[in-house]
Design a protein around this ligand. Structure first.
Ligand code: PLP
Length: 414
């Protein structure tokens, strides 16, 4: 885990906002997952080993040869115009039509979350999030001091009927926005079904809501029919976030926001104070890469690898996990969400797993109130299949042991 800080002489200097930053279990975990002896289901890492280095080098060399001056210069805060046009094509792959002038390029979609938090949230404002939700969105929004209303998920995505009840509560204050990850949600791996999307848009219209649609995984579908994006149904109600992190590479840090023009303009002003502009070199690489057919071929290849790893993990879970456990069956993305009996605490169990040279993310990381202790998120995109089989077998043993311990202590017979 992270090195222990014994005494911090700077404490009295820190801002109040900094105290609202969530400590990230994932960040702590990633320091372990780098160890070669650990089988890690913990991070959310794409599998870079599946990408062809020669093709990436060739594209990068072309960029350096043809655009050296531009690549090593500052660029526009809003982003490279040619890249915006490419991203319009990327969004069209999901049936979303967009205009380049409604796009702001960001340094990963994580930056977009940070800017959105700063643009919309004043301390005490209500925002709505799924439960569980993306840990990085919690990290981005929390320093602004929101009151977070959570709406649980099930296999069909956010339980929008509960959002409706919440909005009808007489004492409820109008939320600034509703944040959702509709496709292969992290951490749960579930996809919001059409009826839920319809209802969410209906509620947005009725209650004048803004929706933040965060869609990093939509193009990582292994099977089944894609659902239409929320942004394509009600563009005036939606701030849409995209990223190349899962479809090209997270190392290039290229994400984007598509939003109504006034919102794009405000976000651009905030971005200017954050980093002036995203890396020109990386944007040019992304533009050149997306202009060639290899990006679709490589994405197909990545999906084949992930599909096979998901299948291996699902099979291994079936074989090695106790009957008390349940898990989601994602049709894409990177994660499976496991639910254990209520009496188990996956944070307390983590050191036992680490002893067995395994890592996962405990459920509490994904809830604003640190509930969800009987859940865990498993990543299947990164570990090779033989590690998935070994790791799930060992994790199954750890869980069985904990269940046996619970029963042997008679805790199930009050
Ligand atoms: C739901 C979601 N949103 C945003 C991000 C941030 O991605 P990036 O900053 O790499 O574009 C991630 C990364 O895992 C994510 O899962």
């Amino acid at each position: 885990m992270s090195p222990e800080i014994i005494f911090d002489p700077y404490t009295k200097l820190y801002s109040e906002a900094s105290t609202l930053v969530r400590s990230s279990d994932i960040r702590d975990l990633l320091s372990i997952t780098g160890r070669s002896d650990i089988i890690s289901f913990g991070g959310g890492l794409p599998y870079i080993g599946g990408l062809p280095p020669e093709e990436f080098s060739r594209v990068m060399n072309d960029v350096l040869r043809e655009g050296f001056t531009e690549a090593f210069q500052y660029g526009e805060t809003g982003g490279l115009e040619m890249l915006k046009s490419r991203l319009v094509e990327v969004m069209a792959e999901e049936g979303l039509s967009a205009e380049p002038e409604h796009i702001l390029i960001t340094t990963g979609s994580q930056q977009a979350l940070d800017l959105i938090g700063r643009l919309f949230i004043d301390p005490g404002d209500t925002i709505v999030m799924e439960a569980p939700t993306y840990v990085g969105a919690l990290a981005a929004f929390c320093p602004n001091g929101p009151r977070i209303t959570t709406i649980p998920l099930d296999d069909m995505g956010m339980r929008v009927e509960l959002l409706e009840e919440e909005l009808q509560r007489a004492d409820a204050s109008a939320p600034k926005f509703v944040y959702v990850v509709p496709n292969f949600q992290t951490p749960a791996g579930v996809t919001m079904q059409k009826s839920r999307r319809d209802k969410l848009i209906e509620l947005a219209e009725k209650h004048d809501l803004l929706i933040i649609e965060d869609n990093p995984y939509g193009l990582l579908r292994f099977e089944g029919k894609p659902e239409k994006t929320l942004a394509s149904r009600a563009p005036h109600r939606v701030v849409y976030l995209g990223t190349l992190s899962k479809t090209v590479s997270p190392g290039i840090r290229v994400g984007w926001v598509m939003a109504p023009a006034p919102v794009v303009e405000k976000l651009a002003v905030l971005k200017q104070s954050a980093d002036l502009c995203s890396s020109s070199l990386n944007q040019m690489f992304a533009e050149a890469y997306l202009s060639q057919d290899i990006w679709k071929k490589n994405l197909e290849n990545q999906k084949n690898i992930y599909r096979s790893r998901r299948d291996t993990m699902l099979k291994s879970l079936e074989k090695h996990f106790p009957k008390e456990a349940r898990w989601t069956h994602p049709q894409g993305g990177l994660f499976i969400w496991v639910t254990l009996p209520e009496y188990l605490d996956t944070s307390k169990m983590l050191p036992l797993a680490i002893e067995q040279k395994l890592a996962y993310v405990p459920g509490t990381a994904f809830y604003p109130d640190y509930s969800g202790a009987n859940h865990m998120r498993l990543n299947f995109s990164f570990p090779p299949e033989e590690q998935i089989v070994q790791g799930i077998k060992r994790l199954g043993k750890v869980i069985r042991k904990e269940i046996e311990l619970y029963h042997s202590l008679g805790l199930d017979h009050p």
